[in-house]
Structures are given as C-alpha cells and as structure tokens.
Design a protein around this ligand. Sequence first.
Ligand SMILES: O=C(O)c1cc(=O)[nH]c(=O)n1[C@@H]1O[C@H](COP(=O)(O)O)[C@@H](O)[C@H]1O
Length: 296
Amino acid sequence: MTEHPGRFGTRLAAAVATRGPLCVGIDPHRELLLSWGLTDDVEGLRRFTDAVVEALAGTVAVLKPQSAFYERHGSRGLLVLEDAVATARAAGALVLLDAKRGDIGSTMAGYASVFEPGHPLQVDALTVSPYLGPGSLEPAVDAARRHGGGLFVLARTSNPDAAVFQHAQLDDGRTVAQAVVDQVGRWNTPDWLVGDPAPDPASYAELQGRWGGDTGSFGVVVGATLAELDVDLDGLRGPVLAPGLGAQGGTPADLRRLFGRGRAVVPTVSRDVLGTGPDVGALRAAAARWAAELAG
Ligand SMILES: O=C(O)c1cc(=O)[nH]c(=O)n1[C@@H]1O[C@H](COP(=O)(O)O)[C@@H](O)[C@H]1O
C-alpha cells in the first residue's frame, strides 16, 4: 500500500513557504524549440524539457507542463512528458499537469487516474474545465481527495474573449465565473474530512499564516490580465493560479492590484522564462527575477 503523500493544499503551502509561490509553465511551442536551435521533433522536445526541468525543478514550487505540446508529438511525446514529470517530482517540485480536462463523470474519473500511485504520468494537480457542470468534476474531486491531489478549475481565464461565457448570468444573478468559485469553495470545506489524513490543526494554521492565505486542495484559475477582479474569492479557501504574466501582458503590479497580499496566489509564467533558454543558468536567472519581482 503506497503511503498517502498528504493533502495537496498542505503540500503546496509547504512548497511555497520554502521556494516562493512562482509556477513556471513548460510550453514547448514549435517557435520556442526553433529559437533554442532545436528541431521541432521528439528529440528537440526532450532536450528542451530536460533543460527546463534541470534548471528549475530544484528551485520553483510548481512546474506546469502543457500537455498539448507533448500530445502534438504523439505517444513518443507523452513518454518525454512522463519522464519529465517523474524527474521534476523527485527533485521536489510539485507538478501541475495543464490539460484542462472536462467531461461527463465516468470519463472524468478516467482523466483523474493521473492522481493514482503508479500511474505513468502521476502528477500532483490537474487543470480542469467546468463547462459540463459542477457535478461532472466530482469524480476528479474524489480521486484528488483519495490520493492527495489538487485541481485548478477554470473560472476567469486570461484570454481576452473569456468574459463572453464567464460573465454570463445564472438565474440567481451570479456570473458563471462566480458559480465556479463558489462550487470550488464548497469542495474545500470538508477537504481534510473525507479520505485524507487530517492535518494537525496547529500546523495547518501555521501554514495558512505563513502564506497569508488558505490552503485547500481545490483552486481556481483567474488571469493576471483582468481589468479588475470581478469574482469574489473570499469563500474559496483554496489557491488561485494566475496565468497571463509576461507574454500576455500581466505584471507583478497587476497581481498586487487584483489580489492584494493576503491570498494564496500561484503566479504562473511560461514564455517569458522559457524564451531565455537554452542556457540552464539563464533559465534559472529568469525564474529568479520573476520570483524577486513577485516578492517585491
Ligand atoms: O490554465 C492555465 O494554465 C491557463 C489559464 C488561462 O486562463 N490562461 C493561460 O494562458 N493558461 C495557460 O498558461 C500558459 C500561458 O503561457 P504564457 O502566456 O507563455 O505565460 C499556457 O500554457 C496557457 O494554456
């Protein structure tokens, strides 16, 4: 029987306490492979991924490989992803698989198998889409609870046209985005009561205090590119993944403007760090620059 690794929220707070909150996305776009002088094939993909993992897995709290850029290369691309995930986790980084999964319940359970010990692509957390309704994600919530995993649910995404759907109003007057946040908040309430080993209340309170935010295992995605924070996050009790920094225009000042300082925010950057490669030292320096700016 494999030991439970502990709740994701608690593990995330602990990683942030020692490494800071920065998440770096691993997005091996064709353009990036070519700009690194690599070929746009599985060999290039492997060299790119190995360099990013070598540079950052020992220092950043979270690495977020984008599944699309591995799937692009077929089964051999997925092998590269599996190796990278295992190496990154062994080096102490939490791995958030960015695959934006979302389907009816029974299929969702299949996607959520990435939380199971022994799965070739076992990860710490997964991005998911709530478009099929909150109930569709429940099997992933259950699997995450059983195996100490976490979910980040798309709520207010960073792309400019997102509000068309995400600001749509429900009968009760809430926006779709707010309904997503509220649902995720409900999943966080009994997080440690169902299936997981209960955290020691004192250390939980200490972790909350250290990060200045809540540490439930279920989070939402809210872009750093928003003109204003148009969802109420007070009932979330979990982390916020904030993409859109750098290449999409978001800045550390935007993060402070949107979220203040008292929240468990995980800012995530991909191209702005990856574009400094292939030199491992340059990648590390770029991530360190972001970390310093975010701390400032
Ligand atoms: O879930 C995500 O990570 C995500 C949500 C969102 O609202 N916007 C967004 O850009 N992302 C992802 O974050 C990464 C952004 O990359 P950069 O714009 O290069 O930093 C991509 O992998 C996107 O798929």
